[in-house]
Design a protein around this ligand. Structure first.
Ligand SMILES: *[C@@H]1O[C@H](CO)[C@@H](O)[C@H](O)[C@H]1NC(C)=O
Ligand SMILES: *[C@@H]1O[C@H](CO)[C@@H](O)[C@H](O)[C@H]1NC(C)=O
Ligand SMILES: *[C@@H]1O[C@H](CO)[C@@H](O)[C@H](O)[C@H]1NC(C)=O
Ligand SMILES: *[C@@H]1O[C@H](CO)[C@@H](O)[C@H](O)[C@H]1NC(C)=O
Length: 393
């Protein structure tokens, strides 16, 4: 036996057959593998080409064709992969947010859910925002800063797996999460998420991709983008964006996108809409009808001709218009170098030039029982999430 055949035999003995397309990747057996591994997927008709990173199960590049038939990378991120881990401004570029997306008031919740986090089972999660007043996106090391294992890879599909052990960031129970990205012909992107837990625990996941449908070519702003949201209610929040338990009727406000609206016509008028001293949008809309059958959200730019529409089983949608991407909220300038494809690295991503779009459950459901949203999962209840993003030009 040569060394090579011996090691191959040992490999099969210890780990099973070597990976073939579609088979589980044995790297999971040795941990999650290289966090900075990039996986490139293509839709069967090449209508989309995308790069994903194991770190955060991150959507790193996403090329679709514009009205001239040319590919553009329409998501924000870093050319330097290591920045996903090290950028202190931590914009959550393209990653999966969890175990509990958005804000947990005072980093505190109870199971079952109570308004003031009281009872026998009160949990405390490290606060990482607003000087300790709340927890954003799962704590100091949320799912966007974990190493996910690509356990199944084919030309147009990847499944990432994460084990989030009991007690991590203070959450009860071990959660196992799966995220599957599939590129379909006709420029469709399907995202599916699944999670289970060994004990009762809150779960709220989302994909935190930043979009600019012009890829910073015709303009350096979101202003010419058109936004449509089939929603007449937003989740009301206080000055630091913590949900209060109330809903606001969008009629007569700058939150009304039931008719497609040019973002530039409203964004500068939306003073205080994204918290005290903040102009722009950073809110959660409740879809009026099931968004599963008909697209209840779209974003488009006539300049590039690219339109993105979404169908989803999720009841709510967060839209953040990059109000703080060039400022850390404490009056300090933040300079995130753009990708080369966006005119970087000497240019930075400017304020109001991008939008994070998060399909998700009702934010703050964990502190607001009046929402009537059961966001506690566990041995008897698995978590599921799915959405299809469709692109046209
Ligand atoms: C915030 O959480 C801490 C730690 O659990 C608790 O001691 C404190 O009472 C909470 N504050 C409020 C205002 O609920
Ligand atoms: C939880 O999910 C993981 C990953 O898919 C799976 O391997 C495991 O069997 C699931 N556990 C239960 C109890 O269903
Ligand atoms: C919002 O307010 C408008 C105008 O007062 C009213 O017609 C509509 O029914 C309200 N919608 C909801 C969801 O409360
Ligand atoms: C949407 O536009 C139509 C046609 O201009 C108008 O009748 C309707 O009142 C608008 N709806 C809203 C919610 O602004």
């Amino acid at each position: 036996m040569t060394y090579r055949t011996l090691s191959a035999a040992l490999f099969i003995l210890l780990l099973g057959a070597p990976p073939t397309q579609g088979a589980p990747d044995p790297t999971i057996l040795a941990g999650a593998g290289d966090p900075f591994r990039v996986i490139t997927l293509k839709a069967p008709d090449n209508s989309i080409v995308a790069n994903f990173l194991s770190y955060g199960a991150t959507t790193k590049n996403f090329w679709v064709k514009d009205k001239h038939g040319k590919y553009r990378d329409i998501v924000l991120g870093y050319d330097n992969k290591k920045k996903y881990e090290s950028d202190p401004s931590h914009p959550f570029f393209g990653g999966i947010v969890g175990r509990y997306a958005n804000r947990i008031k005072n980093g505190t919740f109870s199971i079952p859910i109570t308004k003031d986090a009281t009872g026998d089972n009160v949990y405390h999660i490290p606060e990482n925002e607003n000087g300790g007043l709340d927890t954003l996106h799962g704590g100091l090391t949320g799912y966007d800063r974990r190493n996910w294992a690509p356990i199944e890879v084919s030309k147009s599909k990847v499944t990432y797996h994460l084990i989030d052990p009991d007690g991590t960031q203070g959450f009860p129970g071990t959660v196992q999460a799966l995220v599957t990205y599939t590129l379909l012909k006709g420029a469709k992107w399907k995202i599916e998420m699944y999670a289970n837990a060994t004990a009762k625990t809150p779960i709220l996941l989302s994909s935190h991709v930043y979009w600019n449908l012009e890829a910073y070519q015709e303009t350096q702003s979101l202003a010419d983008h058109r936004l449509y949201i089939d929603s007449s209610r937003v989740i009301a929040a206080d000055g630091i964006l913590i949900p209060t338990g109330e809903l606001t009727n969008v009629t007569g406000t700058y939150w009304d996108f039931r008719n497609e609206t040019r973002i530039g016509d409203v964004i500068d008028k939306a003073v205080g809409y994204c918290g005290t001293g903040c102009t722009g949008l950073d809110n959660a809309w409740i879809y009026d009808r099931s968004a599963e059958s008909k697209s209840a959200f779209s974003l488009s730019s006539p300049n590039s001709g690219i339109k993105m529409s979404v169908t989803t089983d999720q009841p709510a949608l967060q839209v953040y218009t990059c109000n703080g991407i060039a400022n850390n909220g404490a009056g300090k300038n933040v300079t995130i170098p753009r990708k080369k494809a966006h005119g970087g690295p000497k240019k930075y991503y400017p304020k109001h030039s991008c939008a994070v779009i998060e399909q998700e459950g009702w934010i703050g459901g964990i502190n607001n029982p009046e929402f009537g949203q059961d966001q506690i999962y566990g041995p008897d209840r698995d978590y599921k999430w799915s959405a299809v993003y469709s692109f046209s030009s």
